[in-house]
Design a binder for this molecule. Sequence first.
Ligand code: ADP
Ligand code: MG
Length: 325
Amino acid sequence: MSQPVGEFELIERHFLRPVAAGARIGLGIGDDCALIDGGADWQWAVTSDMLLEGVHFLTGVDPESLGHKSLAVNLSDLAACGALPRCFFLALALPASDEPWVKAFTRGLFALADRHACQLAGGDTTRSRGGLVVSITALGEVPRGGAILRSGARPGDDLWVSGHLGDGALGLACRRGEISLPSTSAAPALERLDRPQPRVSLGRALIGVATSAIDVSDGLAGDLGHILRRSGVGARLEWERIPRSSALQQLDADAQQRYVFRGGDDYELLFSAPADRSDAVLAAGQAAGVPLSRIGALHAGQGLTLIADGRAVDMPLRAFDHFGL
Ligand code: ADP
Ligand code: MG
């Protein structure tokens, strides 16, 4: 048998191909969205994300929450590029034609779609002989050349993050019964896991301010790693500055770091901006109604250093990998 390789190596070795001249693709594989020619002064931002039973959600999940989350994770990728959601395609593989289930699923799906004026424009529906699969492709609009990419960070930029980190992993641990918290702490974490709010207005407000961005879907270490590698910079983070909910702060420091750096499902925006643009960054956060925290800075070089309790530790930039490599 051939040597198993990780998710990102598979993509790089087998799917990444040069974009042909004249293909009307401004940016292909490798960022949160691809950029496709649109009008004279705008481009399509396109992203595709799949949710699988037993991998991304547990069997018996609340269908309304799943409808919300399936679209939310896609809108979060549009948000990371600063795109305005326009429409989406929905491919569903269902183990059974269960109408009450589909009705509840679409209630959650369309409540979020309507909030963002994002229209369902097509899709595919089939029977699954395995588990449930939801795959969505979402299209948004960005000003031509204005999309925020993973590759634009510069040495000296500050690093910012929206909201709180670690609650998605905390919610998952509660759901799996791995930890037990009082319901006043567990409920908001479960809400974050089940019904993430894509930071669409923030992403748009950051166009022209942020130099790079990514949505935190696979843990801070891995997603920051994507920015660092694609921008060719290193980062220094201060643990005390990383925003964490009061529920997360009840856990010991090791667990908090594990959930923040190696957890997932936070769907906050992580972005860089020049150090002299912090007023513009804060104004963008205020306009979008999202709290922002400055968690560190970027430098020439590579790697991630975490300052915690006055000590500097090197952290691996490993992302969550579906093949666990
Ligand atoms: P995200 O976490 O933002 O959804 P991923 O880490 O899943 O992004 O994907 C990284 C990049 O690889 C993206 O640009 C995505 O479009 C691309 N990609 C993933 N799988 C495939 C595939 N099978 N074929 C082509 N491109 C892919
Ligand atoms: Mg993403």
